[in-house]
Every structure is written in structure tokens, then in C-alpha cells.
Design a protein around this ligand. Structure first.
Ligand SMILES: [Zn+2]
Ligand SMILES: [Zn+2]
Length: 266
């Protein structure tokens, strides 16, 4: 089975992942992948923003480690990317980051629905009890829609991350999905099948089959990511992800190089 690229993986520079780029690359080859991409959590505008993003001073080291892996594993295509938080007001900073290297793609992710609340943070789980789930979901998808419309990103990460701890809305979420996907289609931004959801309380990949199917019907392009935070997670559940994509009607995935893209048959 030919597997699509794993475009979502982290390194120890974010302080909550294990495995150097070379270890992840080695694992990718063992799993039969021919292409991967590193998408470390971006340095935020301020280094004291939180404790789970890369620090400014480590950016060059990150580039160096990925370039070294590219040289050491010539049989594997290795892309250089970042997973970049979308926070309203940080747009200029994201553009500045983009100018720092010849990146292959940016994954735009919403983790924060306010400057204080990163909804997937296990240490802030009790905050979910202080606000209606519907309200958190709606705010999340409003931000995701802004992220897709911002022109800052090539791929939107884990599109329904708000289900991570298995908080489910009372309202029908379809209108939120549609609003987000309309923005993704209009701005030609891809979404990813992110298999990490299977390893979380929700026990389901991101996004859910309904959102994925809607994306396919609306013509939104697709990438794949394990969101690996350890070597053993590289390419995790990719055969199942591939089956899910095909089941939704996808025939191609989107390959990135230098922030340009092309369609590759699944
Ligand atoms: Zn992470
Ligand atoms: Zn993320």
C-alpha cells in the first residue's frame, strides 16, 4: 500500500515531544513512508506565552536539525514546516515567521479560543466546566474560519480539535462545519486527516466522518498527519486514515513544496 506523506510531527524543541528528527525519519522509513514533514509548534510572539511552544532562540537549531535529517536520509522526502497557532492580532507575527526560512507549508491550528484558554490543554480541562460546550465549540469554529480565511496557512490542523476530551455539543454542529469549510474552499486551504484523535478521549480521528465528507463534497483538498510527539507515533493508523479518505470519496492528497502544491493520487 502506498501511503501519503505524514505532514504533522513534532520534536523535543516544544518541550512535550520525544524523538529527534533523525529518529522520526528512521521510523518513517520503517513504516514504509516516502515523505514526511516536520511541523513543530511555532515560537509565539512572546516566549512566555505558554510552556508548550518552541522558543525563538531555538528556531535556527530546528532548521539545522531538519536540514541534517534531509541530508542523512536522501531516500526520504523531508519537508520543513511549522504548526502555527492562529490568534487574532498575531497575523503580522505569522507573516514574519514565514519570511524566516524557505518553508514547504504552514499548518494553521486553533488551540486557543481566547488568550488564556487552549482548549486541548490537559491542565486546563476544568475550564470546560465553566462554559457551555456549545459556546466553546462555536467560538472554536469561528476562529477556525478566520484562520482559513487569513491567507496565512496552507493546511488547517485537526479541524475538530474541540472534541478531544469528548465534550459533545447539544446543537447540530453541521452549520459550523459548513461555515469553516466554505472559508477553506474559498481560500484554497487544505484540511488534514489527523490520526492523533484516536489516541485521545474522543477515540476518533480529526475530523469526524461528517466533516470530512462535507469537505470532499465542497472540493477542499486533503493532507495526512499523525501529529507524532514520539517516534512510535510516526505514520500511526495511516492505513485506516487512507481508507477513511477513500470512503469519503477522496482520490488525491495535496503535496507541498516551497508553499506550492500539487495533487498526488491516493
Ligand atoms: Zn504538541
Ligand atoms: Zn495542534
Amino acid at each position: 500500500m502506498r501511503l501519503p506523506a505524514d505532514y504533522h510531527m513534532h520534536t523535543p524543541l516544544c518541550h512535550h515531544a520525544k524523538g529527534e528528527p533523525w529518529e522520526l525519519a528512521e521510523q518513517a522509513l520503517a513504516k514504509g513512508l516516502s515523505e514526511i514533514g516536520f511541523s513543530e509548534h511555532n515560537p509565539m510572539m512572546r516566549d512566555d506565552w505558554d510552556d508548550w511552544h518552541m522558543q525563538h532562540e531555538d528556531l535556527d537549531l530546528y532548521f539545522e536539525k531538519v536540514r541534517k535529517a534531509q541530508n542523512d536520509f536522501p531516500s526520504l522526502q523531508i519537508k520543513l514546516a511549522l504548526e502555527v497557532d492562529y490568534i487574532p492580532g498575531h497575523e503580522d507575527w505569522v507573516r514574519e515567521l514565514a519570511s524566516k526560512e524557505n518553508f514547504d507549508y504552514f499548518i494553521g491550528s486553533v488551540h486557543y479560543i481566547s488568550d488564556e484558554f487552549d482548549i486541548d490543554n490537559p491542565n486546563k480541562k476544568d475550564r470546560w466546566e465553566t462554559r457551555p460546550v456549545d459556546d466553546i465549540w462555536e467560538t472554536y469554529f469561528d476562529r477556525l474560519t478566520l484562520a482559513a480565511s487569513s491567507g496565512l496557512y496552507d493546511i488547517i490542523g485537526h479541524a475538530d480539535l474541540c472534541k478531544k476530551f469528548n465534550h459533545r455539543p447539544e446543537k447540530n454542529p453541521s452549520p459550523w462545519y459548513r461555515q469553516f469549510l466554505t472559508a477553506a474552499r474559498d481560500h484554497d486551504v487544505a484540511i488534514e486527516i489527523n490520526t492523533a484523535g484516536l489516541r485521545k478521549d474522543c477515540l476518533e480521528m480529526y475530523p469526524c466522518p461528517e466533516l470530512l465528507q462535507m469537505a470532499r463534497q465542497m472540493g477542499v483538498a486533503l493532507t495526512f498527519g499523525s501529529d507524532a510527539h514520539a517516534p512510535g507515533e510516526v505514520g500511526s493508523d495511516f492505513p485506516a486514515a487512507l481508507a477513511l479518505a477513500k470512503g469519503a470519496g477522496y482520490t488525491h492528497w495535496r503535496q507541498f513544496s516551497g508553499r506550492q502544491h500539487q495533487a498526488v493520487r491516493l
